[in-house]
Write a protein that binds this ligand. Structure first.
Ligand code: NAD
Length: 500
């Protein structure tokens, strides 16, 4: 067993903890690696290194910081295949999907290379007689990122490129289920010229997370993961005086109006529901056809496509969907399918019995594409985030019923409407209470120069990630009012100065 270690102050280290957990290949169900789980002391070593690196890094000209990120970006382009392979080996997603993840993360690095422009301040001349005011954005210090298993490269890259560009030093605590990507990233940042201690990786679980949340030298925490943990991170981090952005889970609805292009809608649903085995926070897990006729046509077209899904390992270029991440998660997803049947939903395509026959992959954590019809809002398969290849059809009779359904859900990460009617599309985009909206776009993930974040129980804290929201999160504003002696002398003034 090879151990996946931490990366602190420019080198790999196993730290002082003796706790390890195996890392599995979900495609085979086998484990050949383990990851170390940090103790409180390991976290302290990383924070100390990041704190020591901050004064110099924060004063490094932003153009120089940007150039290091630019070199890192070139390395990422050159080695995207290698990173994608590392992701697939521990996450299970297909190779092309992993490459897509790398590219979407790289785009945030691209955004961050504009650091000198992003950090330009404000200046007001003559706010009073001979008095000027300047407002600048300064870094916070040591900041931490705690990330989920489903995007082991992209989600960290939502965070650290912007944090580093703004002059912070960073500690990444990746998911313990697919930790290898984080170490490649750390080594490539060093290769790009990042000074030791500016970017560190601490592997671990709740012990490491709690140590970060309670460490007095960690000034801000970015989190992406499930809603209960997001809520916990936000409550604990803010109680300890930290700035916190915590993105949580999702249940994303796609409304299909009677005038929608049906071929487009069906293909969009296939990719959005079953891509990455449904393990995306922007996956569509609820289809909302408006009118019974649309629902019947939709289900009829979906069924053969779901049955024909090519489910297999990333090593097979023909695979459209891989396994889910762990045996426990596979059992949880199957448990939800059992629950849907028990609650009275109509199981149209059953993924529970899918058997992988490819040699060497028989024990992987595969679940077949699953479709439920006649799902109602009280059912657990509707209310909960399943995070697997399970699509629920909730039939509605009008546009307004569809909107009311979405508004009744606790999660509000992403949503989409499929229609040819500009009036309906505009009303939807304007009125829907969800953070990211697609019009004939099933997974409306904003590009790096915009910001990513949901509403309601899909986010805790004030700032979405990357784009200008990311810059605001990772900086604090300092406003300086300046007057220079003019040669005139005045007696001391004891009343509030006004312009008069
Ligand atoms: P998770 O909440 O189990 O874990 C996320 C991180 O929190 C990991 O680093 C993990 O080690 C840590 N963690 C887990 N339990 C903890 C605890 N009790 N105390 C402290 N830290 C803990 O999430 P996951 O299963 O890795 O990822 C899937 C979830 O992430 C889904 O709910 C998905 O919707 C969500 N997600 C959301 C977004 C978004 O942008 N909103 C993006 C990707 C994933």
């Amino acid at each position: 067993m090879s151990d996946i270690a931490h990366y602190i102050a420019g080198s790999r280290t196993e730290g002082s903890s003796d706790r390890r957990v195996p890392v599995f290949n979900p495609a085979t169900g086998e484990s050949e690696k383990s990851v170390v789980l940090a103790n409180v002391q390991d976290v302290d070593v990383a924070v100390t290194a990041a704190k020591a690196a901050w004064p110099e890094w924060s004063k490094t000209p932003s153009l120089r910081r940007a150039r290091i990120l630019d070199r890192f970006k070139s390395i990422l382009w050159d080695r995207a295949e290698q990173l994608a392979e590392a992701i697939s080996a521990e996450h299970g997603k297909t190779h092309d999907d992993a490459l897509g993840e790398v590219t979407r993360g790289l785009e945030v690095v691209e955004f961050a290379t504009a650091a000198p422009t992003l950090l330009k301040g404000e200046f007001s001349e003559n706010v009073g007689p001979g008095i000027d005011t300047q407002a600048i954005r300064q870094s916070l210090g040591v900041v931490a990122g705690i990330t989920p298993f489903n995007f082991p490269a992209m989600v960290p890259m939502w965070m650290f490129p912007v944090a580093l560009a703004c002059g912070n030093t960073f500690i990444l605590k990746p998911s313990e289920r697919d930790p290898s990507a984080s170490i490649l990233i750390a080594e490539w940042l060093s290769e790009a010229g990042l000074p030791d201690g500016v970017f560190n990786v601490v592997q671990g679980d709740k012990v490491a997370v709690d140590a970060l949340l309670h460490h007095p030298d960690v000034k801000a925490v970015s989190f992406v993961g499930s809603t209960p943990i997001a809520q916990y991170i936000h409550a604990t981090g803010t109680a300890n005086g930290k700035r916190v952005q915590a993105l949580g889970g999702a249940k994303n609805h796609m409304v299909i109006m009677p005038d929608a292009d049906m071929d487009m809608a069906v293909n969009a649903l296939m990719g959005a529901a079953y891509g990455s085995a449904g393990e995306r926070c922007m996956a569509i897990s609820v289809a909302v056809p408006v009118t019974e006729a649309v629902a019947d046509a939709l289900v009829e077209r979906l069924v053969p496509k779901i049955q024909a899904l090519k489910i297999g390992p990333a090593s097979d270029k023909a695979s459209e969907m891989g396994p889910v991440v762990t045996a426990q998660h596979r059992d949880k997803v199957k448990g939800y399918i059992d629950a849907g049947v028990a609650e009275g939903a109509k199981l149209v395509v059953d993924g529970r019995d899918f058997k992988q026959t490819q040699q060497g992959y028989e024990n992987g954590y595969y679940v077949g594409g699953t479709l439920f019809d006649n799902v109602t809002p009280d059912m657990s398969i509707y209310r909960d985030e399943i995070f697997g290849p399970v699509l629920s059809v909730v039939r509605r009779n009008s546009y307004q019923d569809a909107v009311d359904l979405i508004h009744g859900h606790n999660y509000a990460n992403g949503t989409a409407v499929f229609t040819r009617d500009g009036d309906v599309a505009r009303a939807f985009a304007q009125d829907i209470e969800v953070g990211m909206v697609g019009v004939n776009v099933p997974i409306p993930v904003p590009m790096a120069f915009h910001s990513f974040g949901g509403w309601k129980a899909s986010i805790f804290g004030d700032h979405a990630m990357h784009g200008m929201e990311g810059v605001r999160f990772y900086t604090r504003i300092k406003t300086t009012t300046v007057r220079w002696p003019t040669g005139q002398r005045q007696d001391a003034q004891f009343s509030m100065p006004t312009l008069g």
